[in-house]
Design a binder for this molecule. Structure first.
Ligand code: ZN
Length: 141
């Protein structure tokens, strides 16, 4: 009998377990740090985006009025350049909400930089739903 095991799947199973372990304490508030954002950016980039994402040009931890995170595109008409800033809140209800939010904003970055898409909540965006589920994450608005 032949058996094929994809390396990528093994990595994702490991990441899924790690996420499950880290979100166990679901009642505990999560305090956002740049370190955690960078750590999970790397993990999600590998497991969800085949390492195709370039990092955000900048990361800001700040209060956000609408939503729980933002992928902000800055356009410089003078220089003809664009850059992307990730905005995350200082605190989240729990770690899962933090992870869901980060992964969500990364889909927007992928849409706008890899796919040259509008970055709206469109078909391309929702196509990540199953991939999120595999890691025990949830893609929502
Ligand atoms: Zn969104």
């Amino acid at each position: 009998m032949k058996k094929k095991v994809k390396i990528k799947d093994e990595y994702n199973i490991r990441i899924k377990k790690r996420i499950l372990r880290e979100i166990k304490d679901s009642e505990k508030k999560f305090v956002t740090t740049y370190k955690e954002i960078k750590k999970y950016f790397k993990i999600f980039n590998k497991s969800l985006f085949k390492n195709k994402l370039n990092p955000f040009n900048d990361i800001k931890i700040k209060r956000i009025i609408k939503g729980s995170g933002q992928c902000v595109e800055y356009l410089s008409y003078r220089k003809g350049t664009t850059f992307f800033v990730l905005e995350m809140m200082p605190k989240y209800k729990n770690k899962l909400e933090f992870l869901n939010t980060l992964a969500h904003e990364m889909v927007h970055l992928w849409q706008q930089t890899v796919m040259q898409d509008t970055g709206n909540h469109n078909k391309l965006f929702w196509s990540f739903r199953t991939k999120f589920k595999k890691l025990n994450l949830r893609l929502s608005y």
